[in-house]
Design a protein around this ligand. Structure first.
Ligand code: SF4
Length: 1010
C-alpha cells in the first residue's frame, strides 16, 4: 500500500539482474552470472593449485593444510571486493613497492588472484559482490529504478569497493538520502574516515547532508548485569524482559537482544526464551550437522566408504527417519533395539559377506554382556531374538546395500549429487528434502528448515559441475561432509512478532525502546582480531593508500568494534542493559569487556554490576527479578520444593506428571533416610508367596543360591525381576561365557563318542584322541557360528584353538585319573534332583534342589558314583576359594558341590560319593586343576555349618530379603546400573541390617576338618 521496498545491497543487485533477464529474449543468456558458494571458490583454488601454474610457487600451495583454503579464499575475496587489478599490482610488486622479502609470496598471491578472476569470467560464476559489479552498468537505464521517487540508505558505515560503486551509481540516478552514523565521540572515527574519503566527494553541489544527533534528549537508563555462563545471562535478560512487558507496558517487539556473536547462545536461546514464553525472531543460525536428519544423511553417504561398517549401518537403519520401504503388513514389528544386539552377537563388523549371514540365521540366543561373571546364574544373561526379526533386518540391509552398491564410483558433481539425492529419497524421509512418507505431513518448521538446509548443501555441490571435474565417491563425500559442517539453519524459521535477537552486525541501523547487549567480555566484544596470514596489514595499507584500492587493514577491526558498541548504545531509546559473564559455565573466571569500565559501580572491593545473579537457585529466589510471577514453570516447581512446599498441583496444572513427582519424592524421602531400616526401596519385598511356591515345586538351583549368597540384590534383579542386561560388547573378543560353553559342548561330544568306542578301558593313541577332539570342536564351533556368527576371523580361530587345547588337557588328565581311581564316565549332561530334608527336616520339608550334571563317573569296585563339573577359567588362575571346596561351600561361595552331593542323577541307583570341579584354565601349565568335595562332609564336623549356610540363604530368599551386598565382584555385575551401592544411606542400611550381616559372617566361618 505504501509502495516502499526494503532491500539489502545483494537484494538490490538481484532485483536489477532479474530486470535484465526479464528484458532478454527467451533463451538468451549473455551476461548471466551464477552466484556460487565459498565452497566453489575453495575448490576452484585447490584445482588451480593442482595444475601447478607458473608463478604460484611462492605460496607453496601443495603443502597448504585443508583448513587453510577457506582463509586463502577470504583473502582472495577481499582482493575481488576491492576490485584490485592483478596486472597493475604485479607491476607494483616488480617495481619494488612492497617489501622485497615478500615479493615471491605477493607475486604468487596476485597471480592466483588473476587466475581466479579469469576462471570466474570463463565459468560465468561469481560471488554476491561480482553480481553487484555486473549490474552497475544497468543502473542508468533501469526502468525499475526510474520509478523510485526516492532512495534511502541506512545501516552501514563501511562497504566494499563494489558496493560503493553501486551506491554511487544509484545516487547519481535517483534522489537519495544517506543516514550515516557520525558523532563527536572518537568511537565514530572508523565511520568518519570512510565518510570523509568516500561519501563526502559524492555530495558535490548537492545540498549538505543533514546529520542530526541520533541520541535522544533523555539518555537511556543503563543497567549492568553479570551472570555465570550464557544460560544464566539469557535467564536474567528474560526476567527483565518480562518485567518490562508486565510492569512497564512494553511490547515484545519494542525490545532487542544483541550479542557480538550469537554463537555462544545458540544452544540455550530457544529453550530459555520458550521457557519464559517470550516470542522472538532471530538471525542466529544453528549448525545443521547437529540435527538428526543431517547426521543420518551424512552417514548414508559414507556407507560405501566404510564397507558398510556396522555402527553407521545400524545408525541409518534404526533412525526414526529411515524409510524401510516394506509393507506394514510384513507381519513383524521392527525392533531396532534387538537389531543392534543381533548384529553384535553374530560378529558382523563390515562387508557385504558378513551382512549376508543375517539371511541364513535362525533365531538367535544372545549373551547380553561380555563382562558378565564367568559362570552366570542359571537362566540369566541370555535371551532370544526370533527368526522373523532377523529376516526383517536382513531384508532391510540387503535393500540398503544394493542401493549403495548402485551408486557411481565416480562422475561429475551433478551425477554424484543426483545419485545421492535419489538414494536419500528412497531410504530417508526428511521433511523439506525428500518427499514425505504418507501420514507424515505434520513435520515441524524446524525439521523442514533442516531438510531445506541439506537441500541447499546439495545445490552447492551441483554448482561444482561448472568446474568440469570428475571426482570419486570418496571425494564427493568429503565435500558433502565439509559443506554440511559449515551449513546453518535458522533457529527460528517462522517470521512473527516478538523480541529481536540479533548479532551486532545485523542490529546496525535499528533502534529499540529497550536493548539488551549480552556477552560484554574481553575477546568477545571487542572480538579478538587477527592479521590476515596471506596479506599482512602493511601490504593492505600500501594497496589502499598508495595504489588506491579500498581494502581494509585487519587490525582496524578494533576501531570497528568500538563503533559497533557506540552504535548499540545509541540504539537504545529508553533502557539499555549491558550484560557480561563473570565466569563461564564451568566456573572459570572471565574478564568483563573494557567497554564496561565507565559503567561498572565502584565499590570498596572493586567494581561490580547493578545486578549480580547468584549461581544457586535458592539464593536467586531472594532477588526481586525472581519473584513468582517471573519464574518459569521449572523454576517455580524447584522453588516450591526448596521451600518445602508441595509442587504437585502446579505440575498437574501444566501437565508435567504431578503423580510421578509425588511418587518419586516420597521414594526419595524414604531412600535418603539413614536412620530407618531396610525397606521396599532397598529390595526388601517380604515373602513373595506365589513365587516361593513355584520355586519350591520346581526345585532350587545351586547356582541361584550362590548368586543370592554373593549379593541378594543381584539375585533379585536376575531371578525375581528378571531384568535383562543389555550392555553391548564392543571389544570384538569371544566372551568367557561363550568360550566356557564351547569347552563344555566339545568335551561332552568328545567323551560321548570315545565312550562308545570302549575308551578308557580300551587304550586310544594320542593322535586318535587329538583327531576326536578336533572333530568335536569343529562341529561345536560350526554349530555355534551358524546361529551366532564368528566375529573377527582371527579372534574366532584363536578361540577354537583354545577350546581344542583345553579339551586335550582335560582328556589327558582324565586318562591318568581313570587308571588310578578305576572310575569310568557313564552319563553326560544328566538331570538330577535331591531334597533339602536333610538340611532342615521341618522348615525345608519337601523342598527340592535340582541341577544338570556335566558328567557322572561310576566305579565298579567298590561301587560308587561321582559327579564331575567343568569350570572354564578365563583369567587363567585358580581362585583361593576353589582350593578347599568344603570351606567355600560353608562360606556360600560354592554351593554346587554340597548340593550336587544331595542329588541322585536320573537313572542312577544312588547319590554320588563325591563331587569334583575340574577347572580348565587358559595358562601354560597346568591347564587342568581339580578340587573335590566328599559327600560325607554333610555328616562330618562341618556338616552343621553347611546346614546353617544353606538355611541362611534359602531363608533369605523365602523371606524376601534382597538388599545389596557390595564387594569386589561389583566390577563385573550386570545390574550395577540398577543398584545404589554408591548411595551412602542405602549402603549403610544394607550394611547394618541383620540378614546381610549374617551373609557377611558366613564368609568368615572357620571350617573344622576331620
Ligand atoms: S553392583 Fe554389587 S551390590 Fe549392586 S547388585 Fe551388583 S553385586 Fe550387588
Amino acid at each position: 500500500m505504501l509502495d516502499v521496498q526494503f532491500l539489502t545491497f545483494h537484494q538490490l543487485a538481484l532485483q536489477l539482474d532479474d530486470e535484465r533477464q526479464a528484458s532478454q529474449d527467451a533463451g538468451e543468456t549473455a551476461g548471466s552470472l551464477e552466484v556460487v558458494s565459498d565452497l566453489f571458490f575453495e575448490r576452484l583454488l585447490s584445482g588451480i593449485a593442482r595444475r601447478k601454474l607458473p608463478g604460484l610457487h611462492g605460496l607453496d600451495l601443495s603443502n597448504l593444510p585443508p583448513g587453510a583454503w577457506p582463509a586463502l579464499w577470504t583473502t582472495m575475496r577481499d582482493l575481488r571486493d576491492a576490485t584490485v587489478d592483478p596486472s597493475g599490482v604485479l607491476r607494483a610488486v616488480a617495481e619494488g613497492l612492497f617489501d622485497p622479502h615478500e615479493t615471491p609470496n605477493l607475486q604468487a598471491l596476485f597471480t592466483l588472484h588473476a587466475a581466479v578472476l579469469e576462471a570466474g569470467r570463463a565459468l560465468h560464476v561469481g560471488s554476491a559482490d561480482d553480481l553487484a559489479a555486473a549490474v552497475i552498468p544497468l543502473v542508468p537505464s533501469s526502468p525499475w529504478l526510474s520509478r523510485l521517487a526516492h532512495v534511502c540508505y541506512y545501516g552501514f558505515y563501511d562497504v566494499t569497493q563494489v558496493q560503493l560503486s553501486l551506491f554511487e551509481a544509484v545516487v547519481k540516478r535517483r534522489p537519495a538520502t544517506l543516514y550515516f552514523p557520525l558523532g563527536d565521540d572518537p568511537a565514530f572515527d572508523f565511520a568518519r574516515r570512510f565518510f570523509e574519503r568516500h561519501i563526502e566527494p559524492l555530495r558535490g553541489t548537492e545540498p549538505t547532508v543533514a546529520a542530526p544527533d541520533a541520541r535522544p534528549e533523555t539518555p537511556p537508563q543503563i543497567r549492568i548485569m553479570d551472570a555465570v555462563g550464557p544460560d544464566d545471562e539469557l535467564t536474567v535478560a528474560c526476567k527483565e524482559i518480562l518485567t518490562l512487558v508486565e510492569t512497564h507496558g512494553y511490547r515484545f517487539d519494542d525490545i532487542g537482544m544483541v550479542a557480538r556473536t550469537l554463537e555462544p547462545y545458540r544452544a540455550a536461546l530457544r529453550r530459555t526464551l520458550d521457557q519464559h514464553r517470550i516470542p522472538f525472531t532471530t538471525t542466529a543460525g544453528s549448525p545443521v550437522i547437529r540435527e538428526p536428519a543431517a547426521k543420518v544423511a551424512a552417514q548414508l553417504a559414507s556407507l560405501p566408504l566404510t564397507q558398510f561398517y556396522r555402527a553407521p549401518m545400524l545408525d541409518v537403519l534404526t533412525s526414526a527417519l529411515y524409510r524401510s520401504g516394506l509393507p506394514e503388513s510384513d507381519g513383524c514389528e521392527p525392533r531396532p533395539d534387538l537389531w543392534r544386539l543381533a548384529v553384535r552377537e553374530m560378529g558382523i563388523t563390515r562387508g557385504e559377506a558378513e551382512w549376508q549371514r543375517l539371511s541364513s540365521a535362525g533365531s538367535l540366543q544372545v549373551w547380553a554382556s561380555a563382562d558378565a561373571a564367568e559362570e552366570p546364574a542359571e537362566g540369566t544373561g541370555q535371551f532370544r531374538i526370533d527368526a522373523a526379526q532377523l529376516r526383517l533386518l536382513a531384508k532391510l540391509v540387503a535393500r540398503l546395500i544394493d542401493d549403495c552398491r548402485a551408486l557411481p564410483e565416480q562422475g561429475s558433481a551433478v551425477e554424484l549429487t543426483d545419485a545421492f539425492a535419489a538414494l536419500a529419497e528412497r531410504h530417508l524421509a526428511i521433511p523439506g528434502l525428500t518427499s514425505d512418507m504418507p501420514g507424515a505431513g505434520g513435520a515441524t518448521e524446524q525439521a523442514a528448515a533442516c531438510g531445506a538446509a541439506i537441500g541447499e548443501v546439495l545445490a552447492q555441490l551441483r554448482q561444482l559441475d561448472r568446474l568440469g571435474e570428475t571426482m570419486r565417491w570418496d571425494e564427493w563425500t568429503a565435500l558433502f561432509m565439509d559443506a554440511m559442517e559449515r551449513a546453518t539453519m535458522p533457529v527460528e524459521p517462522v517470521e512473527h512478532a516478538g523480541i529481536q535477537v540479533l548479532d551486532a552486525m545485523a542490529a546496525r541501523g535499528l533502534t529499540f525502546r529497550a536493548l539488551f547487549v549480552l556477552g560484554l567480555n574481553e575477546k568477545v566484544f571487542p572480538r579478538y582480531v587477527r592479521e590476515d596470514a596471506f596479506l599482512r596489514d602493511r601490504n593492505r595499507r600500501l594497496l589502499d593508500e598508495t595504489l588506491g584500492y579500498k581494502i581494509d587493514e585487519k587490525l582496524a577491526g578494533y576501531d570497528e568494534e568500538r563503533l559497533l558498541f557506540a552504535l548499540l548504545q545509541q540504539a537504545a531509546r529508553q533502557r539499555l542493559y549491558l550484560s557480561y559473564q563473570r565466569a563461564d559455565a564451568n566456573g572459570r573466571a572471565l574478564a568483563p569487556s573494557a567497554y564496561l569500565d565507565p559503567f561498572l559501580r565502584q565499590e570498596p572491593l572493586g567494581r561490580t554490576a547493578d545486578v549480580s545473579v547468584p549461581r544457586r537457585l535458592s539464593d536467586r529466589l531472594e532477588l526481586p527479578l525472581f519473584t513468582p510471577p517471573l519464574l518459569t514453570r521449572e523454576e517455580l516447581a524447584v522453588g516450591l520444593i526448596l521451600q518445602g512446599r508441595d509442587p504437585v498441583a502446579l505440575l498437574n496444572s501444566v501437565g508435567r506428571g504431578g503423580a510421578l513427582f509425588a511418587h518419586g519424592y516420597a521414594a526419595l524421602h524414604v531412600i535418603e533416610n539413614e536412620g530407618r531400616g531396610l525397606g521396599e526401596h532397598d529390595g526388601v519385598t517380604g515373602p513373595l508367596d506365589r513365587r516361593w511356591a513355584a520355586l519350591a515345586s520346581r526345585g532350587l538351583a545351586p547356582t541361584s543360591l550362590e548368586q543370592y549368597a554373593r549379593c541378594p540384590f543381584q539375585y533379585f534383579s536376575a531371578q525375581v525381576l528378571r531384568l535383562e542386561p543389555v550392555r553391548s560388547d564392543t571389544s570384538g573378543d569371544v566372551s568367557p561365557l561363550v568360550l566356557g560353553e564351547l569347552c563344555h559342548d566339545t568335551l561332552h561330544q568328545c567323551y560321548r563318542r570315545l565312550v562308545e568306542t570302549g575308551w578308557p578301558q580300551k587304550e586310544c593313541t594320542r593322535d586318535a584322541l587329538h583327531a576326536e577332539i578336533e572333530a568335536a570342536a569343529g562341529a561345536v564351533c560350526a554349530d555355534y557360528a551358524k546361529d551366532h556368527g564368528t566375529g573377527y576371523a582371527l579372534v574366532w580361530q584363536l578361540a577354537r584353538e583354545t577350546v581344542v587345547v583345553l579339551a586335550e588337557a582335560m582328556l589327558e588328565s582324565d586318562s591318568e585319573e581313570f587308571r588310578a581311581s578305576g572310575f569310568r564316565p557313564v552319563q553326560f549332561e544328566v538331570e538330577a534332583e535331591g531334597s533339602l530334608d536333610a538340611v532342615d527336616p521341618v522348615a525345608f520339608k519337601g523342598l527340592k534342589v535340582r541341577g544338570r550334571l556335566d558328567r557322572v563317573d561310576r566305579r565298579a569296585q567298590p561301587p560308587a558314583l561321582r559327579v564331575i563339573d567343568y569350570k572354564y577359567r578365563h583369567s587363567g588362575g585358580e581362585r583361593s576359594a576353589d582350593r578347599d571346596l568344603l570351606a567355600s561351600a560353608v562360606r556360600g561361595f560354592r554351593l554346587q558341590p554340597p548340593l550336587y552331593a544331595l542329588m541322585t542323577p536320573e537313572g542312577a541307583p544312588a547319590k554320588p560319593e563325591s563331587v569334583e570341579l575340574a577347572f580348565l584354565m587358559r595358562k601354560p601349565s597346568p591347564q587342568v586343576e581339580r578340587a573335590r568335595f566328599e559327600s560325607s562332609a554333610w555328616n562330618g564336623p562341618a556338616g552343621g555349618l553347611l546346614k546353617k549356610t544353606v538355611q541362611t540363604i534359602v531363608g533369605g530368599i523365602r523371606e524376601g530379603h534382597y538388599a545389596i551386598l557390595p564387594d569386589s565382584y561389583c566390577e563385573h555385575c550386570e545390574f550395577s546400573a540398577a543398584c545404589r551401592r554408591f548411595h551412602g544411606p542405602t549402603w549403610w542400611r544394607a550394611y547394618s541390617s541383620p540378614p546381610t550381616r549374617l551373609l557377611r559372617q558366613l564368609r568368615k566361618l572357620k571350617v573344622p576338618h576331620e
